[in-house]
Design a protein around this ligand. Structure first.
Ligand code: CO
Length: 311
């Protein structure tokens, strides 16, 4: 009674269709993932998480630019002995390590700073002003502006990791200028002077056009020779891989010279990797310094005067 044969058939057909389309979507997702180009030393998980941001969030960064005078015609003299517009991978003096932190600031940055400041260790922070993944801006959110001012006041070096973490090689000259200059304006609004050091998102330093533009904009391009791969570590167990990687990469005799890539936005970097790196450095006699110091560059050259305008 009330047994509707055609209704049951329809339900079965719909179920099969839904399951099939789910399988196809899942299969395509895996396939598309495998097709992603390998950028060598670029961080794959970092790339993935940024590329998965919905377009509505990403486009926000295109229209909302930092307040105040634009800095497109700021004077950008190539002062000092450190090269501009070419990738730099290591410190110049044996025994020195520059710990560098990308993508922040974020929630875990405070914990990173507490540890560094507690031991009077100086680090370098590559700041993304308008992060699509973290959904925060440094120039409109007082909490993050305060974190950057704390870094600066404690002697850490502040550098640029672009305005919104795009692939520089894909966005043309105008896009690259916007990515660099908007971040300068945001950092100017937060801490008065914009930086002269930068790191390209995804570790992409091989594109000649990007490097030419970064040279014209007066930037030192800082890569790394130890990648902790902490962006792959989402658990306390995972981070052991990064700790091992760091220990294995660091010469035991204390005579190596390193720029180390890590991320202050990540929980296990703050909780486990950083203390382990500091411990290992101490044991092997390394001295932690900022990137500018490890390249022998005077602190005066790390930042620019935003009021110094080209004629
Ligand atoms: Co990054």
């Amino acid at each position: 009674m009330g047994y509707d044969k055609s209704g049951e058939t329809r339900a079965i057909v719909i179920t099969i269709l839904v399951l099939t389309s789910m399988l196809i979507t899942f299969g395509l997702a895996i396939f598309a993932d495998r097709l992603q180009p390998d950028h060598g030393d670029a961080s794959s998980l970092e790339r993935k998480s940024y590329d998965n941001v919905p377009p509505s969030v990403l486009s926000r960064g295109d229209s909302d630019i930092p307040e105040g005078k634009p800095l497109f015609n700021m004077s950008r003299p190539h002062i000092g002995d450190v090269p501009y517009g070419q990738a730099i991978f290591s410190c110049s003096k044996p025994g020195q390590i520059a710990l560098t932190f990308d993508d922040g600031p974020f929630y875990w940055t405070n914990h990173v700073l507490d540890q560094l400041d507690g031991l009077n260790i100086k680090g370098t922070f590559f700041i993304t002003g308008n992060s699509p993944v973290l959904s925060r801006r440094i120039d409109t959110n007082p909490e993050y502006a305060a974190l950057i001012r704390r870094m600066r006041s404690r002697g850490h070096q502040i550098a640029s990791h672009t305005w919104s973490h795009k692939h520089l090689k894909d966005i043309g000259r105008e896009g690259r200028y916007n990515e660099m200059v908007y971040n300068e304006m945001a950092l100017r609004n937060v801490m008065t002077t914009p930086p002269t050091y930068m790191r390209p998102p995804y570790g992409e330093w091989r594109d000649p056009d990007s490097m030419q533009d970064l040279k014209a904009l007066g930037y030192h391009v800082i890569m790394y020779n130890i990648d902790t791969r902490d962006y792959n570590c989402n658990t306390e167990t995972d981070i052991e891989d990064s700790i091992s990687l760091f220990k294995d990469a660091l010469r035991e005799d204390g005579n190596g010279s390193y720029i180390v890539l890590a991320h202050d936005v990540r929980e296990w970097t703050a909780k486990k990797l950083l203390p382990a790196m500091i411990h290992t450095m101490d044991l092997r006699g390394y001295h932690a310094v900022t990137v500018g110091e490890c390249l022998g560059d005077s602190e005066f050259n790390w930042y620019r005067d935003p009021d110094d305008v080209e004629d």
